[in-house]
Design a protein around this ligand. Structure first.
Ligand SMILES: *Cc1c(COP(=O)(O)O)cnc(C)c1O
Length: 364
């Protein structure tokens, strides 16, 4: 049996006609940037989350950069971010001109360990950027308490967690602002690059909207040195097709993850832990194994695609050698990078395929 790490086919087959209709609608209108489709999607996504404002932007990285810039976080400021994340979270801090301060995750949930945050706070710390990694919400109560106590902003990176909840509340609604990515492989994905910032703060939303459109508040009037990072009409139209299916498709990912968690019983394989306060959306189902590369090859020989999130931690990437964090300094992130393996998980996996992955992992 051949099972890819990820496939969009079942979803695209189901939504085929709706997506083609969306294309037709935009194409026949001949209006491609900042129009009706953006407005409709922004409103729908804001109301899905229960926030006041959604600003469509070009991608998830820009969403985070623009949120930081609008909060006036820049040169000389420090931002706390997990040591185990996709590099975009950290790059956003660098692009804003600020200094990323890496804090270790909890090895069982893979998310930032709130107990380690406070000792990383200095006089320069301006914000915390929790990343709801692999689709599971961070432990937000202690994070918000630390932020309140020290007067820090919280910018949530929700790129992997559309629809995930903590104590019944959706991620993206806890901090001052949150960035979402709609990269095709995310739980809510466009058919190209796209992203959004959400916030309850109207003033902040206007600032982000201006920054994303050349710093302009109205045409040819520039109040800020902004960038060009807007959600285009075509992507907004595709996202409006997919949003009403998000909860159902997340539910399906949970069904697959629950089957993995209840039926994988190989003592060599450590299953991901879930904080009981969270309902995860399983962007990634990551297991850990001391013999990770052997497990990867074993599954590959059986036709099962896997992935590693992430094979090299940020502090050991060449791009971040200026942080001067030596190997061994962030042992949890390093351990995850050496032991994590992501199993296939996507909407439309059949029971037979799920069972085949389970049996194969158990045979290892
Ligand atoms: C995908 C991702 C981003 C960046 O999103 P893009 O749309 O690819 O720019 C940021 N943070 C995390 C955790 C991601 O997974």
């Amino acid at each position: 049996m051949q099972i890819p790490f990820v496939s969009f086919l079942p979803m695209e087959k189901e939504l085929d006609q709706e997506l083609r209709n969306a294309f037709e609608r935009v194409y026949s209108r001949s209006w491609y940037i900042l129009g009706e489709e953006d407005k409709v999607f922004e409103q729908a996504f804001a109301s899905y989350l229960g926030v006041n404002n959604c600003v469509g932007v070009g991608n998830g990285l820009d969403a985070l950069v623009l949120a930081l810039r609008a909060l006036k976080i820049g040169p000389g400021d420090e931002v706390i971010v997990p040591s185990n994340t996709y590099i975009a979270s950290v790059l956003a801090i660098s692009y804003a001109g600020a200094i990323p301060v890496l804090v270790e995750p909890d090895i069982d949930t893979f998310n930032i360990n709130p107990h380690l945050i406070e000792s990383a706070v200095t006089g320069k710390t301006k914000a915390i950027m929790p990343v709801h990694l692999y689709g599971q919400a961070c432990d937000m109560d202690p994070i918000m308490n630390i932020a309140d106590k020290h007067g820090l902003f919280v910018i949530e990176d929700c790129a992997q967690a559309h629809g995930a909840t903590y104590k019944g509340k959706k991620v993206g609604t806890f901090g001052n602002a949150a960035g979402f990515s709609f990269y095709p492989g995310k739980n809510l994905g466009a058919l190209g690059d796209s992203g959004a910032v959400v916030t309850d703060n109207d003033e902040l939303a206007s600032e982000i909207r201006a920054l994303s459109n050349y710093g302009s508040d109205y045409k040819y009037h520039h109040i800020l040195k902004g960038v060009n990072s807007r959600m285009d009409e075509m992507q907004a139209a595709f996202l409006s097709v997919k949003l009403p299916h998000l909860d159902r498709m997340n539910h399906e990912r949970r069904r697959i993850a629950d089957m993995y968690s209840s039926k994988i019983n190989n003592p060599k394989v450590i299953l991901p832990a879930v904080n009981p306060e969270c309902v995860p959306v399983w962007h990634i189902y990551g297991v850990r194994c001391e013999d990770r590369d052997a497990l990867e090859n074993f599954l590959k020989e059986r036709g099962i695609g896997t992935n590693k999130h992430y094979p090299t931690p940020i502090h050991l990437q060449e791009a971040y050698k200026d942080l001067a964090i030596p190997e061994g300094a962030l042992p949890i992130a390093e351990k995850i990078s050496k032991t994590e393996l992501s199993l296939p998980i996507y909407y439309g996996m059949t029971d037979e395929e799920i069972q085949y992955v389970i049996d194969s992992v158990n045979e290892f």
